[in-house]
Design a binder for this molecule. Structure first.
Ligand code: NAP
Length: 276
C-alpha cells in the first residue's frame, strides 16, 4: 500500500475509508461495521468521520467498529465551523472522543471555513494537541486563497492537511490548490473520490476493461496516482471495500491517463473550489 507522509513525520496509507451517510439507515448497521472492519484488515486503516455525519451517529458507529482495533487506526474527525471558537473546538472534540470511544483523534479538521477568526480556531486546536487529545489538526474545503489566509493567521502554518473534493469529474484543484499544497509538503485528502458512486462513463469503463477492474477501482487509481494525495472512499459493503482496496494495486499507464484526460479534461485555468 502506498503511504503518504505528514509534515510531522507520521505516515498513513494513501487509501482510507469515508463514513458520511453510514449509520443513517441506508444499510444494515452490522453490514456497515463489517465493511469498515474488513477495510482495516485490508490496510485501509485511515478512517474519516465528522461530528456532522448523522449528527454524531457516524462517530458512534466508527467507535464500535474500531473497538479493540484502535491502535491500528488513524482516526480523522471534523469540527463544525460554528463550534470552531477556541473553547468550542475543545468542547466539540471532547464530545467526539466520547462518541468514538477513544482518547485521541489523530487528525482533527475544521470542516469548512466559518466566521470564527482562524487564529482562535488554531489556538483551540493547539490546546488540544498540547493536551494529547489530537495528534495534528487541519482544515477542509479551503481554497488556495483561504489556505494563504490560514498561513498568515497565528500558528496557521502548523496545518497538517486540507480535505477537499477531488475526483475525475472534479479536477479543479489540480490547477492551483494541489501544487500549492505540494509546495508546502502538505498532503491533500481527496473526498468523494468515487464522485459519490456516479461512475457510469464509457471512457472509465474502457480503461476498467483493460485492467479487468471495475470503473470504481479505476476512478480510485486515478486519484491515488497523484503524489501526496490520500483518498477516502466510503463503502457500506464488504464487496465495495474489497474492490476499493484492490484499486491500490492498479498502476494506470500513460495511455490510460491520456484516455481519462480526454474524457475528463484537467483544468486550464483557476476554477473555484467545488464542494459538497
Ligand atoms: P464517494 O466515496 O465518492 O462515493 C460513495 C459512493 O460510492 C457510495 O454510494 C458507495 O456505495 C459507492 N461505492 C463505494 N465503493 C464502491 C465500489 N467499489 N463500486 C461501486 N460503488 C462504490 O463519496 P462520499 O461518501 O461523498 O466521499 C467519501 C468520504 O469523504 C465521505 O464518506 C466522507 O468521509 C468524506 N467527505 C468529506 C466532505 C467534506 O466536506 N470534508 C464532503 C464529502 C465527503 P455503498 O455505500 O453502497 O458502498
Amino acid at each position: 500500500m502506498k503511504t503518504v507522509r505528514f509534515a510531522n513525520g507520521v505516515s498513513v496509507p494513501a487509501l482510507g475509508q469515508g463514513t458520511w451517510e453510514l449509520a443513517e439507515g441506508y444499510s444494515p448497521r452490522r453490514q456497515e461495521i463489517a465493511a469498515l472492519q474488513t477495510g482495516i484488515d485490508l490496510g485501509l486503516t485511515l478512517i474519516d468521520t465528522a461530528e456532522m455525519y448523522g449528527d454524531g451517529a457516524a462517530e458512534e458507529l466508527v467507535g464500535e467498529a474500531i473497538a479493540g482495533r484502535r491502535e491500528r487506526v488513524f482516526l480523522v474527525s471534523k469540527v463544525y465551523p460554528h463550534n470552531a471558537s477556541r473553547a468550542g473546538v475543545q468542547a466539540a472534540c471532547a464530545r467526539s472522543l466520547r462518541r468514538l470511544g477513544t482518547d485521541r483523534i489523530d487528525l482533527y479538521l475544521l470542516h469548512w471555513p466559518g466566521s470564527h477568526p482562524l487564529a482562535e480556531t488554531v489556538a483551540g486546536f493547539e490546546a488540544l494537541r498540547a493536551a494529547g487529545h489530537i495528534g495534528a489538526w487541519g482544515v477542509s474545503n479551503f481554497d488556495t486563497a483561504e489556505m494563504e489566509r490560514l498561513m498568515r493567521a497565528g500558528g496557521g502554518a502548523a496545518c497538517a492537511s486540507n480535505q477537499v473534493l477531488y475526483n475525475l469529474a472534479q479536477r479543479g484543484v489540480e490547477f492551483d490548490l494541489m501544487p500549492w499544497m505540494a509546495r508546502q509538503g502538505m498532503p491533500l485528502m481527496a473526498y468523494s473520490p468515487l464522485d459519490r458512486g456516479d461512475l457510469d462513463h464509457p471512457a472509465l469503463e474502457a480503461v476498467a476493461r483493460r485492467h479487468g477492474a471495475s470503473p470504481a477501482e479505476i476512478a480510485l487509481a486515478f486519484v491515488l496516482a497523484a503524489p501526496g494525495v490520500i483518498a477516502i472512499p466510503k463503502a457500506s459493503s464488504i464487496a465495495h471495500v474489497t474492490a476499493n482496496a484492490a484499486a491500490a494495486g492498479i498502476v494506470l499507464t500513460a495511455d490510460d491517463l491520456a484516455a481519462l484526460d480526454r474524457a475528463f479534461p484537467p483544468p486550464r485555468r483557476k476554477v473555484p473550489l467545488a464542494v459538497y
